[in-house]
Each structure stands twice: as structure tokens, then as C-alpha cells.
Design a protein around this ligand. Structure first.
Ligand code: FMN
Length: 399
């Protein structure tokens, strides 16, 4: 479902937006895809191949005539799961629409037209509005090409109120994921309203000191992206994290556990599924000093009180599927099962904070999925995005 272990050809043509494709190459590689970058001669004028080589970890191809790589256009076109053309210049769109094959990228696009193509046009707004470009895009779309953008916004030559600017790398990445997920309309998540919580919360002791925890938010962000890739209508409710919110995803930012509770109160009445992967603080200082407490020589005793029990207090929509997380430090199965019981969860995802590669602050996780129906799925150590997909694979049976 995700881009992990997928083979992507990233075709880069010669527009000023080439520099943004470096970020895209990196994003695809980080997601676990094998990325072969193909540059047109004009693209190589903007960004040198070595940049893409360093980002993708693979040789970059830019010529039909490279010694030792004859027939690369046929080889490469054999097995990619997806070809992305970003930026797609007016020129490459025209050449592809005409069926030309006068360089490696156009030859590759022609050689295996059965591979899905996602193009991100980027050009001067007048070039984009030109009927020749419109006709070329129409012809390619009729042959099955997928398009993202162009966006409205600043172009290299100045501000513009008309489309021309290439979509952001994150948005292209998300579109690639959606494409590879198959037709989201066929997914059980399609059109489902899903609320995902992520990250820690912070409880203030005074204006400059907080009680919090090291949750990175990565698990929740991965779940939100994975659910969206399956066609769900996702709202992410996130505590303070360093992660950029996924492009185009409805995001509500909160700081305290009580704020998270209030945000959920207004979202839950419409939700089909609630996935609570946040790590809200369970305790907060009983009093919140309006001014910074001065440091004194002696010890400081702070009285804590319990924060609101979010799951216990929410009025749930009938039939809403509720997934909770149990982060344990030993004796996990028993604790997770009783949490599922006490909080009336449909599923609980158990992870152990003491296990290497699992829990907070890391990009991987190893979890056990427990279902109220008695189900138990033990997953190996996987990237958080892969864990997210495996959780959704299980939870969808309850939708
Ligand atoms: C500085 C500069 C910026 C350019 N930016 C774009 C652009 O954003 N979009 C576009 O379609 N062409 C742009 N061009 C023109 C293309 O580079 C030119 O049409 C070239 O032939 C494209 O070749 P390719 O499609 O094989 O990469 C730009 C040219 C220059 C010199």
C-alpha cells in the first residue's frame, strides 16, 4: 500500500521547479521506494545529476547514448510501479503527447505506456493557459496519465493569480501514494470520516515550564496519511510535534489534554472511526502559576491532578470504531487487554517503550494488535508507515 519496496522512475524535465524534485526524490527514497531518476538535458542544466544520485543512492540516467546503458529506456520501463514526471515542462508534455522519443525520458514514456504516469506540470502561467498545452494535457489524460496541479502562486518571474506553479513535493508524494493504493473508491475506508490523534500534550506548571513526554507524533501522522491514501476523509488532531502536517490534510493543533478532549468532542459526532495514537499527559499541575516560579535552593513539591479521561468522557457515535494505543513497559498483554475492556475499545495496539526500535522517538515500531473479537496479530519491526497500513488492514474488518 505504501511506497516501501516500490520502484519509481522520477522523470525530471527542465523547469525552474527542478530544485523541488530533489525534495521529492528524497521523500520517495525515505519512504523505502527504489527511485531511478531520469533527467532531460535541460533538467541537467538546472540541477546536476550528482545531486539526484546522492538523494536516490542510485545512478542517474540522462542520455539515450550512455555507454554501457544502451536500451536503458526499455529496461527501466519494464518494471516501475509508477513513473512520476515532475516538473513536467510544456515541452515534455508536447513531446509525450506527440509520441516522440528523442531523449531517454520520452523514449521511456513511449516504450511502456502501460505503466501509470503521474505528471506535475510547471510552467509560466501563459504557457500553461496556451491552447497547445491544454490540448496536450487533454490528450495525455485520455491515454491514462494522471495530473497533479499546477497550483496558483508565485512563479519564478513573480506573483501570479493563474495556475503554473508546480505542486509541492509533499502533495505529489501523497498523490503517488494514492495512485499506488489502487482505486481508493474500492477501499473500505473510502469516504469514511476518520479522526486520528497524534503526539504528546503539554501541561503547564508556569508560563515557561511544562510536563510532557517524548512522543514524536510519527505513528499518528503515519496513520493519518495511510487512511487518507485509502480514500478516508481524515482529520488529524495533534499535540505539539516537530513534524510538518501532511499537505492538504485537515489538522487541528492542540496543546493540553483538555484541549484535545474539546477538539474531539466537536469531531466525534460525525466520525466513523477514532484512532487514538496520541500520548496525552495523564497528569497536570493542580495549579498553574501565572508568572515563572523563581528557582529556590530547596526542593519544589508540585501537586498533580489527573487530566480528563478523553476516551471515558466522549459521547461516541453508535457504530464508531475506536482504536486505542497501549504503550507499556512490561506485562503488556495483560495491561492492554484490560485497557481494551475498561475503555470499551474495539482494538488496542500494544507497543513496548523499552523494546529497541519501538515506541517513542523512533521511525520504526513493533506492535501487537488486539481485537475485542479475540484477534491477536503480532507484527515484526516495521517502519511506522508500514505499521499504520497493517493496522488499517485489520481495523477495516470492523468498519
Ligand atoms: C531559467 C529557465 C526557466 C525555465 N522554466 C521553465 C518552466 O518552469 N516550465 C517550462 O515548461 N519550461 C521552462 N523553461 C524552458 C525549458 O527549459 C525548455 O522548454 C526546454 O526545452 C525544456 O526541455 P525538456 O522538456 O526536455 O526538459 C525554462 C527555461 C529557462 C532558461
Amino acid at each position: 500500500m505504501s511506497l516501501a519496496r516500490r520502484h519509481v522512475v522520477l522523470g525530471v524535465s527542465g523547469g525552474i521547479a527542478c530544485y523541488k524534485s530533489c525534495f521529492l526524490a528524497r521523500r520517495l527514497t525515505e519512504a523505502g521506494a527504489t527511485v531511478d531518476v531520469v533527467l532531460t538535458a535541460a533538467a541537467a542544466e538546472f540541477v546536476r545529476p550528482v545531486t539526484f544520485e546522492a538523494l536516490s543512492g542510485r545512478p542517474v540516467l540522462s542520455s539515450l547514448w550512455e555507454r554501457g546503458r544502451a536500451l536503458a529506456h526499455i529496461d527501466l520501463a519494464k518494471d516501475p510501479d509508477l513513473v512520476i514526471v515532475a516538473p513536467a515542462t510544456a515541452n515534455i508534455l508536447a513531446r509525450a503527447a506527440m509520441g516522440m522519443a528523442d531523449d531517454l525520458l520520452t523514449a521511456l514514456l513511449l516504450a511502456r505506456a502501460d505503466r501509470p504516469v503521474l505528471a506535475a506540470p510547471a510552467m509560466n502561467d501563459a504557457m500553461y493557459a496556451n491552447p497547445a498545452t491544454t490540448a496536450n494535457i487533454k490528450a495525455l489524460a485520455a491515454r491514462g496519465w494522471h495530473f497533479i496541479g499546477p497550483d496558483i502562486g508565485a512563479l519564478a518571474e513573480g506573483p501570479s493569480e493563474r495556475p503554473g506553479r508546480m505542486s509541492e513535493p509533499d502533495a505529489i508524494f501523497a498523490a503517488a501514494e494514492r495512485l499506488l493504493a489502487g482505486n481508493p473508491a474500492n477501499s473500505k475506508w473510502s469516504g469514511k470520516r476518520v479522526v486520528v490523534t497524534a503526539g504528546p500534550t503539554r501541561e503547564h506548571l508556569d508560563p515557561v515550564r511544562v510536563i510532557t513526554n517524548p512522543s514524536s507524533g510519527r505513528m499518528g501522522y503515519a496513520l493519518a496519511e495511510a487512511a487518507r491514501a485509502r480514500g478516508a476523509d481524515v482529520v488529524l488532531v495533534t499535540g505539539p510535534t516537530e513534524l510538518a502536517p501532511p499537505a492538504g490534510l485537515a489538522t487541528t493543533r492542540v496543546e493540553t489534554t483538555e484541549e484535545m478532549q474539546h477538539a474531539l468532542e466537536s469531531l466525534i459526532p460525525n466520525a466513523d472511526a477514532l484512532i487514538m495514537s496520541a500520548a496525552p499527559a495523564d497528569y497536570r499541575p493542580k495549579t498553574h502559576a501565572a508568572k515563572k516560579r523563581p528557582r529556590t535552593a530547596g526542593p519544589l513539591t508540585v501537586e498533580l491532578e489527573a487530566t480528563p479521561d478523553i476516551l471515558g468522557s466522549l459521547e461516541r457515535r453508535k457504530g464508531m470504531v475506536v482504536v486505542g494505543f497501549a504503550l507499556e513497559t512490561g506485562n503488556g498483554l495483560a495491561h492492554a487487554r484490560s485497557k481494551m475492556q475498561n475503555k470499551a475499545l474495539d482494538y488496542v495496539i500494544l507497543n513496548d517503550a523499552t523494546e529497541p526500535g519501538a515506541g517513542f522517538e523512533v521511525t520504526t515500531n513493533r506492535v501487537t494488535i488486539l481485537g475485542r473479537n479475540g484477534k491477536q496479530v503480532d507484527l515484526p519491526l516495521l517502519s511506522k508507515r508500514d505499521v499504520a497500513d497493517r493496522i488499517l488492514d485489520v481495523v477495516e474488518e470492523a468498519l
